[in-house]
Design a protein around this ligand. Sequence first.
Ligand code: PLP
Length: 394
Amino acid sequence: MKKGRFGEFGGQYIPETLMPAIKELELAFEKCKTDKSFQAEFKRLLAEYVGRPTPLTFAARLSKKLGCKVYLKREDLAHTGAHKINNALGQALLARKMGKKRIIAETGAGQHGTATAIAAAKLGFECDIYMGEVDIERQKPNVLRMKLAGARVVPVSSGSRTLKDAINECLRDWTASCETTHYLLGSVLGPHPYPEMVAYFQSVIGEETKKQILAAEGKLPKAIIACVGGGSNAIGIFKKFVPEHKVELIGVEAGGLGLDSGKHAARFADKKIGRPGVLHGTFTYVLQDKFGQIYNTHSVSAGLDYSAVGPEHSMLRQLKRAKYTFATDKEALDAFKMLSETEGIIPALESSHAVAFLLKYAKNCGPNNIVIVNISGRGDKDLGIVVKEMGGKL
Ligand SMILES: *Cc1c(COP(=O)(O)O)cnc(C)c1O
């Protein structure tokens, strides 16, 4: 693999003005991999502050219902309620090593903003979070959490007023402030080194999962299923299993109102508008028209609502090492309810997409086979949306 590339995907498509900041980050990231004090502090924070390892829960009633052995990786139990804190703390520690004083980030679901604000509070950084006005409206509890953690939430009113517009504003800020400021990107997206770095900080999910499933069952699972927004929780759990060729890796995108509606975020599944292109610094699959104009996406879950997918996923798909499918809003909502009722675990709407595909997958699975689903976050933040979508009754 060439530096910063995943096959033909990835790269550094950025303006000259950002090159020094990106180079500085690349160097710091390379160093931290062998820096004993960095590694020890990261480990300590993950254990003492995030509460890792998160459990791998055997879902007994769900397994019985579906006719295969289902385990759930419980990122919903990480501090802040989702996997994003792993990466936020890793990068915040790195920012401290680089001598930065301020952290900025963009956020869609508000989960990454919350994780960043909380990592900034924990490590004593000034913090600004860019967020689209539409997302501010649909994710109010997270906005309050960010403010409580001492961050400023900057509303973004341009474009579709969602995640991709917040990213543009954030990049504008960073171009002017990179000497003192670290841009804490929330998924396996953007220019090198971000996709590799975020995957590195999230790979703890798969490392734990592998140990846990071997301890519980003495064998590897048949399949691992994870939802794919930018793709960080999926890469996080996949990474350690990529060399295990018998383990199927399955990513689930947001099918929104269905492929024909054009209102979705299925970058791989919709062959009409999902093609390789450049967005926010990386070459990967992007939803675009024939002139390369980016399509607005739709999903009931804000965290999956993004026009591009992490470049490493584009490579894994091209190599046929991972498969990608999608679940619609309706399927995700049904899965949300089903998992809550069957296991007493309320999954994030994002994670519900992975659960929705599990229901289809289980039909051809067999009773002795193990399937692991990554529950990337908890669904408390989504209760308002779910009640609304279900017409006021649960
Ligand atoms: C942000 C988010 C996602 C999507 O992001 P990835 O980078 O694809 O993991 C999924 N689940 C939850 C709970 C999220 O907050």
